[in-house]
Design a protein around this ligand. Structure first.
Ligand code: FNR
Length: 388
């Protein structure tokens, strides 16, 4: 196996470093996907197999990676996707992430299942960050979360729709992260394993500060008693599999900002989302963590763009591992991309400097992609840069 001697140069280097640093069950929780992980592999592989078309002798002396979407200017067409429990991978990881995203001029999306709360993130954020919502059965709790998001200045709500039932991630089953105990083993039992990784325990500040689900913790008193078992059980029962397009209309009526629907893999569903009032959609299979066997996000993307691209911006995530992948996604019709695992790997590997380094790498790769396909502005990329 090649050893990684000096500085991480690519996303996969950060992954290698993260694997060394994290306890196995946490690395697997990030890295893994559902069942046989065929969709997870397809997300990455299908993007890699797209070929770009080189064009030379064009003036590419000024390369511009900026885009504009939903009334926001992004310095680069990649946002940090919502990742639950990110704060288990690095100390107050959500704070490190929002600072890095702000420094880079791109959106950060806070998961409803984050470790740091909306309020804690807002204290360090320099510009509005996005908030991701899972629909809970307790609609009062949803309203409270939305009020908190509004109060801290979030302008974009990402509503994730592909978790009606939870796909089994076998690595988590093997590591006792899933199954009967759900999150419970991680919250208590796995600390034993963590104790064997003093560096990790130090990295996440486990010794200094209790880990808690910042956004959901205030609902603890709603559980039948205030024990942690009830709390975790309460979270597990809250995901509402009865959600339909009507709930988007309800969300629309209570959320005044941008509403983005994440987890779309079908052109008809994309049209239903936009009909129900979505301002944008994200083509996503949850990074291959839900229904194994569905096509890669990049394969579905052009069909969704054909269907709703003239009515709403379409973004995509799943398998984006470099700035060249971003160029390819734009060429397939995305207005922007999001990354999930890469930002977690980089934070786990090297903290905030790692994430900044990763984003710089993406930008450098994208500049080369734009320069050598002869399209100096990200906003102008289209299918002409592909070698069909
Ligand atoms: C996720 N994802 C996710 N999505 C979401 O809407 N809310 C969430 O809380 C989470 N949590 C989560 C945890 C972990 C560990 C991963 C890897 C992913 C999905 C995420 O937002 C995104 O769709 C994928 O990660 C994109 O695929 P890549 O970039 O990881 O290949």
């Amino acid at each position: 196996m090649p050893t990684l001697s000096l500085l991480p140069a690519s996303t996969s280097d950060y992954r290698t470093l993260a694997e060394k640093r994290l306890p196995r069950f946490l690395f697997d929780y990030i890295d893994g996907g559902a069942y046989d992980e065929t969709t997870l592999r397809a997300n990455v592989g299908d993007l890699q197999s797209i070929r770009l078309r080189q064009k030379v002798m064009r003036d590419v002396s000024a390369i511009d990676t900026k885009i504009e979407i939903l009334g926001e200017r992004w310095a680069f067409p990649t946002a940090l996707a919502p990742v639950g429990m990110a704060g288990m991978m690095a100390r107050r990881a959500e704070l490190q992430a929002v600072r890095s995203a702000d420094a880079f001029g791109i959106p950060f999306c806070l998961s409803s299942a984050s470790i740091c709360s909306l309020e804690e993130v807002a204290k360090v954020a320099k510009r509005p960050f996005w908030f991701q919502l899972y629909m809970m059965r307790d609609r009062g709790a949803v309203l409270e979360l939305l009020d908190r998001a509004k109060a801290v200045g979030c302008k974009t709500l990402v509503f994730t729709v592909d978790l009606a039932v939870v796909g089994a991630r076998y690595r988590d089953v093997r590591n006792a992260m899933a199954g009967g105990g759900g999150l419970w083993p991680m919250l208590r039992g796995r600390y034993l394993e963590c104790a064997m990784h003093p560096r990790w325990a130090y990295d996440v500040g486990l010794r200094g500060r209790p880990h808690i689900f910042g956004n959901i913790a205030p609902f603890l008193p709603r559980a039948s008693s205030s024990s942690i078992d009830d709390f975790v059980g309460w979270i597990g029962k809250q995901f509402d599999p009865g959600v339909t397009w009507k709930d988007i209309a309800w969300l629309r009526s209570v959320w005044p900002g941008n509403l983005v629907i994440k987890g779309i893999l079908d052109p008809d569903d994309a049209a239903s989302a936009v009909d129900a009032g979505a301002d944008a959609v994200i083509v996503s299979n949850h990074g291959g963590r839900q229904l194994d066997g569905v096509s890669s996000a990049i394969t579905i993307l052009p069909r969704v763009v054909d269907r709703v691209g003239d009515r709403a911006p379409v973004m995509m995530d799943g398998g984006v591992r470099s700035g060249l992948d971003v160029v390819k996604a734009l060429a397939c019709g995305a207005k922007a991309t999001l990354i999930g695992r890469p930002w977690i790997w980089s934070l786990a590997a090297k903290g905030e400097a790692g994430l900044i380094g990763l984003l710089r790498t993406f930008k450098g790769e994208m500049k080369v992609g734009l320069g050598l396909t002869g399209v100096p502005a990200a906003a102008d990329v289209d299918a002409a840069v592909l070698d069909r």
